[in-house]
Write a protein that binds this ligand. Structure first.
Ligand SMILES: N[C@@H](CCC(=O)N[C@@H](CSS)C(=O)NCC(=O)O)C(=O)O
Length: 294
């Protein structure tokens, strides 16, 4: 359960936040108590207060997507990585509760299983800017390239290009805190599928082996999804135990070919919407929220 302080929300965003939360299945009685129906957030053991980084991992139960909130304790500037449109209100509520100011909404790639919260968050938090890799061919205020640094306060995210699941996939590395956000390139004990968008197994294998497995062993890795209830892994664990990526390239390609997974339920709505920050042809409940916010 999360207790949202209504006082912390601005008059403008509060009604929109309420509608978003209703649409996402959260219950809002007068007390502002939000049920744990679809989402949760909690403190991670690392990094701690001493590092100057405020870190929250949040989960969308519908699509098993992780959204990460990173805040610089010194300046209160913050970024969100991979927000989900139905949970934009949860993210705004948490930002307000923690007295953080959202600077960037950052995407690891153009998602196929859910609609990004980037566009809606830009409306709810005027002044924040969206980011995605240039290679994704999606719209955003800032298009990222390998080697770019995303700065918020005293914190830095290094952009590493990790294509293969899609051609615009990137991994964000925080060297100062020994951790990385791998998007769908590397999942815990798995990896992103390579059978649609511009998926390519050989490319994904090379990306992970050259850009992620070359990080120091102790770096913590945070994926964009987990379907087993796991939250975090490390370079060392994945190099030792990943049942797909720990094999030879030839074996990996065969494993990926044999997956034969059904397409994500929301792929038809997600891909066209995510090309334009999530603001296209939305279902009625989300379109109504958008109308309120604009
Ligand atoms: N059942 C889910 C979609 C599951 C899925 O396809 N996940 C993707 C990442 S989101 S495009 C994936 O790459 N999975 C790899 C794996 O091994 O699970 C839904 O319908 O949303």
């Amino acid at each position: 359960m999360a207790l949202v302080s209504a006082m912390a929300l601005t008059g403008r965003t509060l009604p929109v936040v309420h509608r978003c939360l209703r649409a996402s299945g959260a219950i809002i009685p007068g007390s502002q108590l939000i049920s744990n129906f679809r989402c949760f957030s909690y403190n991670m053991a690392v990094p701690d207060a001493k590092t100057g980084l405020l870190f929250r991992q949040m989960f969308d139960r519908d699509t098993c997507t992780y959204t990460y909130l990173l805040g610089d304790r010194e300046t209160a500037e913050a970024v969100l990585i991979d927000p989900v449109i139905e949970l934009a209100a949860r993210d705004v509520a948490l930002l307000n509760q923690l007295n953080l100011s959202l600077k960037y909404v950052v995407n690891t790639h153009m998602h196929a299983d859910h609609i990004t919260g980037s566009g809606l968050l830009k409306l709810l938090v005027p002044g924040c800017q969206s980011m995605i890799a240039e290679a994704s061919n999606a719209d955003a205020d800032i298009k990222l390239k390998a080697g770019d640094i995303v700065r918020f306060g005293q914190q830095e995210l290094q952009v590493r290009s990790t294509p293969g699941h899609t051609s615009g996939c990137v991994t964000y590395v925080m060297h100062e805190h020994s951790l990385a956000f791998t998007g769908d390139a590397l999942l815990i004990g798995g990896c992103g599928r390579t059978d649609f968008q511009e998926g390519c197994s050989e490319t994904l294998y090379k990306s992970v082996h050259t850009q992620i497995f070359t990080l120091p062993q102790h770096y913590a890795l945070y994926p964009a999804h987990d379907y087993q209830g796991l939250t975090v892994t490390s370079v060392e664990e994945e190099k030792k135990h990943n049942p797909r990526l720990g094999r030879s390239l030839k074996e990996f390609v065969q494993i990926m070919e044999d997956l034969k997974m059904p397409y994500p339920r929301k792929i038809d709505a997600s891909l066209p919407a995510n090309k334009v920050c999530g603001l296209y042809n939305l279902p009625d409940d989300l379109a109504a929220i958008l109308k309120d916010a604009s």
